[in-house]
Design a protein around this ligand. Sequence first.
Ligand SMILES: Cc1cc2nc3c(=O)[nH]c(=O)nc-3n(C[C@H](O)[C@H](O)[C@H](O)COP(=O)(O)O)c2cc1C
Length: 176
Amino acid sequence: MVKDFSSFQPVDPFALQENVFDLLDKEWMLITAGNEQQFNTMTASWGSLGFLWRKPISIIFVRPQRHTYQFTEEYDTYTLSFFGHGNFRKELSFCGSKSGRDYDKVKETGLVPIATPNNSMAFEQARLILECRKLYADDIKPNAFVDTLLDKEIYPTKDHHRFYIGEIVGCYQKKI
Ligand SMILES: Cc1cc2nc3c(=O)[nH]c(=O)nc-3n(C[C@H](O)[C@H](O)[C@H](O)COP(=O)(O)O)c2cc1C
């Protein structure tokens, strides 16, 4: 069941008071792409939030074998949902270890999908949702590593991430 978006309020991304390192490494996020009819979500902790091409942006990294990859490829937007420190750990661990190919993640976790005003999908239980419009996508290239040991360490099976740079076009916080 997709609920309405009234429990969220739009905020200026420049007004956010977040520690990006903590947000990604400790809080984790759900990357979600698709629409109400079909979408997929997965847990991620590698990425970036920043400022590029005069825009607030996110960068996400998706390995090609992820089911989510088909959705980040097909759709023009993706969302990042943040749930707060230590919250929904069980659900995020599930979405970070099981594939949407094999499981209905919504049914298994109880996370409630919600459509943003632009019809991107995110989750009702999130405290913060960033909606991003894809600007640029490319694959991490083995021969571009300056630190070649890193390539061996992170990509022993050559499943190099595809990265997406997305403009943050919507930023929503849960109403208190
Ligand atoms: C904490 C955590 C962080 C993760 N970060 C990423 C990431 O940044 N990129 C990625 O491709 N996979 C990442 N994963 C793995 C995917 O979430 C996992 O493979 C997931 O089952 C993919 O689901 P899907 O096949 O439905 O897309 C992470 C997993 C966890 C638990």
